[in-house]
Ligand binder design. Structure first.
Ligand SMILES: [Zn+2]
Length: 80
């Protein structure tokens, strides 16, 4: 159910951006507006292939994809 919502949110924003320049950067996986963050190039290479529509991720989706790639320590704030 959330997947459908995310899909529709992305489609809506892609459509809206076509007719307006005022659409903020948004996550191409779940569609929420994002803040910039810095990622190591080697990590991004592994994560980027999971993004269907573009090259932007929110931090939550980035963390989920890191887990999928077995890279949990990339984003964990606690010590091992
Ligand atoms: Zn996201």
């Amino acid at each position: 159910m959330m997947r459908l919502f995310y899909f529709l949110r992305i489609q809506y924003k892609l459509l809206k951006r076509r007719y307006s320049t005022s659409v903020a950067s948004f996550c191409k996986r779940c569609g929420r507006d994002i803040h910039d963050f810095v990622v190591d190039d080697k990590v991004w290479e592994k994560v980027e292939k999971h993004i269907k529509y573009g090259h932007t991720l929110c931090y939550d989706c980035f963390c989920e994809l890191c887990l999928k790639e077995d890279l949990p320590s990339v984003w964990k704030l606690e010590k091992d």
